[in-house]
Design a protein around this ligand. Structure first.
Ligand code: ADP
Ligand code: MG
Length: 693
């Protein structure tokens, strides 16, 4: 019995949650029953009806029923088991690459089968690869009585488990008054949308007649109700942060700008106007006795590093220290080399606090930092471990900020608490996000844009190609590598399972190795240990690898100028922001670069437009605005998944029209601090962090 529970109780009180399961659920940030209620489906399947085969279209996920006409093993490119099935309205093929003998025997001619899977266009018409299936023997097995939610999950937690747990959580929600609906019914959003508890129930268990297309696109009123609340919660949390920051003290930096001038004299080029403008804005910030919190946005390659260097030099000249934090060791090293090159001639000591530096060497570096001898320290978030002490840290630069969510931003702010003064904070991102969105997503930050690239860049030439021309693409890689260039091949798949994604990448790497043996191929994916990933990336940088096959983990900001060819497989499945980020890995050299966006036909109208935008535009801000204009659901991967902000349900581009109302509501809510806290707790979890700041 779970009915005595409250939504604030630990998830461990639910049936079927032991210590092991609880640990795994923690990986999904699920700790309380409320967390589970707000763990929303990523998508849905319709298993409530049996669909006539004749009415299936490619891309449909459906339950079908039919009789087996023929089962045979074929030996084409890959050995596979094919099973022809018909229901009187049409026929289709079930295709298995992995199968046992027993399985094969169970699929004998004449057997009645019920299957579930995604219909795709194969060589001989429609097919389903690896369907779920059951034999129908006499008594009728019922179909599902609601749309099947598919939850984001982690290894060891099945969809069935999540459904069983959310069932229990929804039962608890059934008790009246269980959950605070923080929005009074007369508020504008609530007029058109169901109340919170109804919205939650609907989104977890949509009835069979629910408009599945709306649900898949995230535009159903119940989803919009939740998305609105989530955007509101984020916005409120960020506003609170900002208000708090403005009450803290920071070191006011006033200099004559001598170091900056010297550094500029040594540069082989001039700053762009945009760089100069943003540097000026930052210098004004630093003069204030309150911590600056500024976001610098600028397209890939616009020269954000140099802007950071100028800010760092100000702080050093004033006699204080700066730190630069990168999302990976590799990027930290890259920054270290750049800073070293620019700062060493000025007599400023730069240090790289790599994770691999241990023992005596580490102790030495730490003491140079503690004594103030080191002017700027560069590293990953490990910079903020317990043992790292600064003499007086006045500025923190965070690079590629979208990798660090709100939570990390909070943790950093707290790191500065050891001292009376808080460091000024400068964050830099290449994620193109239009201003209106930035105001919500980064409501705690001031905002500068570097909207100009240094002169003389050659835009990346982008082509859109069907997967049927894969062989041509492979030959293109062959040629590029023979000519001494390097290439990326990015595998994208939509699967809830990371494991399946990695497997697909492994298969692609094997395929490419076999097809072009003279090309040195390596593979990186999310399941590799950081050290292994790091070492492969280093080899790629050093030119020991020609072709890097990767899942979408390819490091943001990785700079390998010799890589001039980028292949993105299933490009139709990525959002514009992510495509642009990935493409930004090439075009870093005087040599012309190419990007091949490979798609699996048939293309949806939205996907076609997206790829077209990529083909026509190289400018991230133009792309972001086009993205906003389309305001599509970002199909399965939109801005939601790019890591810009970790939303459960909201999608900044799809839900952009909610933003004005979010801002208005947030202003009204300032008079209701308790509601504000309820919302923040519910949607951002990890309450402690917000209370401590
Ligand atoms: P990002 O903004 O993507 O971080 P970087 O700071 O890495 O870009 O700069 C990309 C390249 O452009 C670097 O090699 C840098 O030295 C160079 N660069 C920066 N500013 C200028 C400029 N004003 N003129 C010419 N080259 C520049
Ligand atoms: Mg950069």
């Amino acid at each position: 019995m779970t009915t005595h529970l409250s939504i604030h109780d630990s998830i461990e009180h639910l049936n079927g949650v032991g210590e092991q399961i609880a640990k795994k659920l923690a990986r999904l940030k699920l700790y309380t029953i409320q967390d589970l209620l707000f763990h929303l489906p990523a998508r849905y399947q319709d298993r409530t009806r049996i669909i006539p085969i004749g009415s299936l279209r490619p891309g449909d996920e459906a339950v079908i029923e039919g009789e087996i006409l023929l089962t045979e093993i074929t030996y084409g490119k890959r050995r596979s088991l094919l099973c022809r099935i018909a229901d009187g309205t049409g026929q289709l093929t079930l295709r298995f690459f992995y199968f046992s003998n027993a399985q094969r025997q169970g699929l004998a001619r004449g057997t009645q089968l019920r299957c579930f899977g995604e219909a795709r266009l194969g060589r001989g018409g429609l097919e389903i690869i690896h369907p779920e299936y059951q034999r129908l023997s006499g008594e009728l097995t019922p179909v599902q009585d609601c749309l099947t939610p598919i939850y984001p999950t982690t290894e060891g937690i099945s969809q069935a488990k999540l459904r069983q747990l959310t069932d229990q959580a929804l039962r608890i929600l059934n008790k009246p008054g269980t959950i605070d609906d923080p929005l009074p019914p007369e508020w504008p959003i609530t007029l058109q949308h169901p109340p919170l508890n109804e919205s939650l129930r609907f989104v977890h268990r949509p009835p069979p007649d629910a408009p599945i297309q709306d649900l898949l696109e995230g535009v159903h009123p119940s989803q919009q109700r939740l998305a609105f609340e989530e955007l509101l919660a984020h916005h409120l949390a960020l506003r609170a942060l900002r208000a708090q920051a403005q009450q803290k003290s920071a070191i006011a930096i006033n200099t004559q700008g001598k170091l900056r001038k010297q550094c500029l004299q040594n540069l082989p080029f001039k700053l762009t106007d945009a760089q100069q403008r943003v540097i000026h804005e930052i210098i004004q910030d630093l003069k204030e006795p309150h911590p600056a919190m500024r976001l610098v946005q600028g397209d890939v390659g616009c020269g954000k590093t140099l802007v950071a260097v100028m800010a760092v030099l100000e702080v050093i000249e004033a006699g204080y220290q700066a730190a630069l934090m990168a999302p990976t060791e590799l990027l930290a090293e890259q920054h270290y080399q750049n800073f070293q090159q620019w700062l060493a001639p000025l007599g400023c000591k730069v240090d790289w606090l790599a994770g691999k530096v241990k023992g005596k060497q580490r102790a030495q570096r730490l003491s140079a930092l503690a004594s103030g001898e080191t002017g700027v320290a560069i590293g990953t978030h490990a910079l903020f471990q317990q043992d790292v002490q600064f003499a007086e840290l006045a500025l923190l630069v965070v690079d590629e900020q979208h990798r660090f969510g709100v939570h990390q931003r909070l943790a950093l702010t707290r790191k500065g608490m050891d001292h009376k003064n808080h460091p000024h904070q400068l964050t830099m991102t290449a994620t193109p996000i239009p201003r209106t969105l930035a105001m919500t997503a980064y409501a705690d930050l001031d905002y500068s844009v570097i909207d100009e690239l240094p002169p003389g860049r050659t835009p990346v030439n982008t082509v859109v190609i069907s997967e049927s021309r894969r062989d041509e693409v492979i030959q293109r890689i062959h040629k590029a590598c023979k000519d001494g260039s390097q290439a990326y091949w990015v595998c994208t798949l939509i699967e809830e399972s990371e494991l399946l994604q990695c497997r697909a990448a492994e298969e692609t790497a094997a395929e490419l190795t076999a097809a072009i043996p003279s090309v040195r191929v390596a593979l990186v994916h999310g399941r590799l240990k950081p050290a292994a990933k790091e070492s492969i990336m280093q080899d790629f940088k050093a030119g020991k690898i020609d072709l890097l096959v990767a899942t979408t983990v390819v490091e943001v900001g990785v700079d390998v100028p010799n890589a001039t060819l980028m292949i993105i497989e299933n490009a139709e499945r990525l959002g514009l922001a992510q495509l642009h980020q990935l493409r930004g890995r090439v075009g870093r050299d005087a040599k012309a670069s190419n990007c091949v966006l490979m798609y699996k036909p048939p293309l949806s109208e939205k996907a076609r437009r997206r790829l077209d935008i990529m083909r026509k535009h190289n400018d991230g801000f133009k792309i972001a605005n086009e993205d906003l204009k389309m305001r599509g659901p970002g199909e399965l991967l939109g801005t939601k998944q790019t890591g810009l902000v970790d939303f459960h349900i909201a999608d900044l581009s799809r839900d952009a029209d909610l933003l004005p109302l979010v801002q208005k509501t947030a202003a009204q809510l300032q008079q209701h601090p308790r509601l504000v806290q309820t919302l923040i707790d519910r949607w951002l979890g990890e309450k402690q962090q917000f209370r401590q700041v």
